[in-house]
Design a protein around this ligand. Structure first.
Ligand code: TMP
Length: 395
């Protein structure tokens, strides 16, 4: 049974940055109610009413995985490790973005699947790319053309697809007999530990745990045999899945992580009700801090126009009365406005200057990279604000 535990209110599509704030574009802005629920049978956390993917993944999709040095390094290292461990003859990625992972393999070995046409156009010149959503039809088409695949990789994508049944059945259909499916997604355990409720937004239809993944894949003749903790996006899990009939040994680290999750209560609804109270408190503290700083006439901006910030801004009702603007290094976000709260987005060259007193860390998941880059800002007395793991000022 699915039970609601958190209501984050009226929210826009997290990646729908507005080109203008004319009356017409505001009238067309899409909103939905972001309610999170917990399934008491398989322990899966999900968005109650998922948005239609055709509205989310368009040719305007803004995220470029290669934009961050941290992610460039993470994907390179993942590719190297997986190549060494599984020695795949053919690698397919579901949700290949700008090719940041696949470019680490020989071109002839790889198949990219990416529904956002602007991103698929970036990789189609380099390797075989299917500009489509992942589904049964595409799985049949690829399987006929390229036969079976030994390694299917999918980072921050499976959690975005509402229809898990079709997703996993289509994967099973194309996976070679000894093939491995490797998926990476933000971990539910970390979300609860570091209070990153902003991992809840329209694209994250599901926030997985080892407990829920092991329950779900069982329904599709698959089994989870290993899991690895990785630091991406403030704490993610990398799941290793194969066909049920394979004799791959269940690793001790999988058993260990499942036990940790049970101890944390990720199989218990009461844990999520408690978490919802923490989220409400975090909102009150953040708004109180920003209000105090504004009263002191401090100039506050936000650093990184992330999808996660869309949840925080709209839930806490933070608009340009609090933040002068948001800075972001991504060219196609600059000059636009944040979804729902309509705060202008500037390049760091224009906006991250001497006049800034406080910068809210929208991109808190890149804190290390940012602190290294912005040493001069901190030295001259500039401060960061974060809500992760609790609302505080970083000196
Ligand atoms: P993400 O968390 O959804 O990957 O988005 C991170 C955003 O933060 C992305 O738009 C790029 C931006 N960003 C900066 O503006 N400056 C930085 O130093 C870093 C690391 C990211």
């Amino acid at each position: 049974m699915k039970k609601n535990f958190l209501n984050l209110g009226k929210q826009p599509i997290a990646n729908s940055f507005l080109s203008s704030i004319s009356k017409k574009s505001l009238k067309n802005e899409y909103f939905y109610r972001l309610i999170m629920c917990f399934d008491t049978e398989n322990f899966l956390v999900s968005v109650k009413n998922p948005v239609n993917p055709k509205i989310q993944y368009t040719d305007k999709y803004a995220h470029r995985a290669s934009e961050s040095l941290t992610m460039l390094k993470a994907f390179k290292s993942a590719a190297k490790k997986l190549q060494k461990r599984f020695k795949p003859r053919k690698v397919m990625e579901i949700g290949s973005n700008d090719g940041v992972f696949l470019k680490n393999f020989p071109k002839k070995k790889v198949i990219a699947v990416e529904p956002c046409k602007n991103l698929a156009n970036l990789t189609k010149k380099k390797f075989k790319t299917y500009p489509s959503f992942w589904n049964k039809k595409l799985s049949n088409k690829i399987s006929k053309k390229h036969s079976k695949v030994d390694l299917i990789f999918s980072s921050n994508t499976i959690s975005h697809i509402p229809n898990l049944k079709e997703t996993f059945e289509s994967i099973n259909n194309i996976l070679s007999d000894r093939g491995v499916l490797v998926i990476e997604d933000p971990s539910l355990s970390s979300v609860l530990k570091i209070n990153s409720y902003d991992q809840f937004y329209d694209e994250h239809v599901y926030v997985f745990s080892a407990l829920s993944i092991s329950n779900i894949v069982k329904n599709y003749q698959l089994k989870l045999f290993d899991v690895e903790k990785i630091s991406n996006h403030g704490g993610s899990l990398r799941y290793f899945i194969t066909k049920k009939k394979n004799s791959f040994k269940i690793t001790s680290r999988l058993n260990k992580i499942i036990n940790e999750e049970k101890r944390q209560g990720l199989n218990n609804f009461a844990t999520f009700k408690k978490f919802a109270k923490k989220v409400e408190k975090s909102k009150q503290k953040l708004v109180a801090l920003l209000t105090t700083l504004k009263k002191k006439n401090k100039k506050i901006i936000s650093y990184g126009a992330t999808y996660k910030s869309t949840t925080v801004f709209n839930y806490c009702k933070i608009d340009n009365k609090f933040f002068h603007y948001v800075t972001d290094t991504t060219k196609n976000k600059q000059g636009k406005f944040t979804p729902g709260m309509h705060i202008p987005i500037l390049s760091p060259e224009k906006g991250f200057n001497e006049s800034v007193d406080y910068a809210y860390l929208g991109a808190w998941n890149f804190k290390k990279e940012i602190m290294n880059k912005e040493k001069d800002y901190l030295k001259r007395g500039g401060r960061f604000i974060t809500h992760v793991p609790r609302v505080k000022i970083i000196k």
